[in-house]
Design a protein around this ligand. Structure first.
Ligand code: PMV
Length: 331
């Protein structure tokens, strides 16, 4: 059997996915919109071979046997079923950014394994089909299959056949758009996004109002992206992130993904904005703050970030491309 390697970028949601109607199939309760990030990526090599007695997972050079392997095996099973094979596989995956600290590593990893595993099993899937496979690995991974600005439609079907991501606008449409991902803490998060969102759905008294308002956020982000209106995109994304974190905060037991430094960076963003530099923030299920801005302001913003002892490092990302194959195998 053949060995295939895929490289996929992370993505940042401007309207967050937070809650499932079917956890097993990863069918969300709301649609979401993201931007794929150039340069924050996962590289994944997959080889199906009779010599492997069990699935093997190597993550950033170390073999892992915990739930991460289970999750990878579930995706491999999905691909094996589609290809009608039972062969076990070796999977090796490397991230070039901190794992499980709110930098959507599962998104990049999920998109990369969807392409690498399906090619290694002899299947040639469309973006839509890859998005469905990636979705079952991790919801946000459905969006990392696609480049540029991406919408993941929640779909209506019980089997999830209409639940996949598609492009809203290509990279070239708004190539000046930037996300600066600041790293505040490299500690692994204690509550996974999956646990956080299902607890929010079950116990937050505000979950229904999240759903009641989500269409407005989706419409505003769509309009903002299509018209390249940073104020509309930034204000809406910021509000949407705060609402998502409020759901986690008001879940029982309460979940808080922030570190003290998260608030420090948020205040910096507010201060920069007061000074006339247009920038906004968003956060996922971790302490890192991502700054939304335009290329022309990156220098002024990063000058301030470099002076902050809270920020350990940061990555400035342009909109990135879709998952693709690579010739450089990891083993
Ligand atoms: O795809 P998951 O299970 O890692 O969940 C992603 C959740 C958020 O990052 C907080 C929001 C999003 O839409 O990416």
């Amino acid at each position: 059997m053949m060995k295939f390697t895929a490289i996929a970028n992370a993505n940042i949601a401007l309207v967050k996915y937070w809650g499932n109607r079917n956890i097993d199939l990863t069918l969300p309760l709301n649609s979401s919109i993201s931007v794929t990030l150039d340069g924050l990526n996962a590289v994944t090599t997959v080889e199906f071979d009779e010599k492997y007695k069990n699935d093997i997972l190597i993550l950033n050079g170390t073999e892992v046997t915990d739930q991460k392997l289970e999750r990878v095996s579930k995706t491999l099973d999905n691909v094996r079923n589609l290809a009608n094979i039972t062969t076990r596989a070796k999977v090796s995956s490397n991230n070039n950014f901190p794992t499980a600290a709110g930098l959507a590593s599962s998104a990049a990893g999920g998109a990369a394994i969807a392409l690498a595993a399906s090619k290694a099993a002899g299947l040639n899937f469309s973006e839509r089909e890859l998005s469905v496979i990636a979705r079952k690995f991790s919801g946000s991974a459905s969006r990392s299959v696609i480049g540029g600005f991406v919408e993941w439609n929640k779909g209506e079907e019980d089997d999830g056949s209409d639940c996949f991501a598609k492009q809203l606008a290509p990279i070239e449409h708004w190539s000046e758009f930037r996300i600066i991902a600041t790293i505040i803490s490299k500690e692994e998060k204690k509550v996974s996004s999956r646990t956080g969102m299902s607890r929010s759905v079950r116990t937050s008294p505000f979950y229904n109002s999240w759903l009641d308002n989500i269409q407005q956020d989706l419409d505003k982000i769509k309009k903002g992206v299509l018209e390249k209106d940073l104020a509309l995109v930034g204000q809406t994304a910021e509000q949407n992130a705060v609402k998502m974190h409020s759901l986690a905060w008001t879940a029982k037991p309460s979940i808080n993904y922030w570190a003290p430094g998260s608030l420090v960076v948020i205040k910096l963003v507010n201060q920069l904005r007061d000074e006339g530099i247009e920038c906004y923030y968003t956060m996922d299920a971790g302490p890192q703050v991502k700054i939304i801005c335009l290329e022309k302001d990156v220098e002024d913003i990063t000058k301030v970030l470099k002076q902050s002892s809270t920020i350990k490092e940061f990555y400035t990302c342009k909109p990135g491309g879709p998952v693709k194959l690579s010739e450089k195998h990891l083993f």
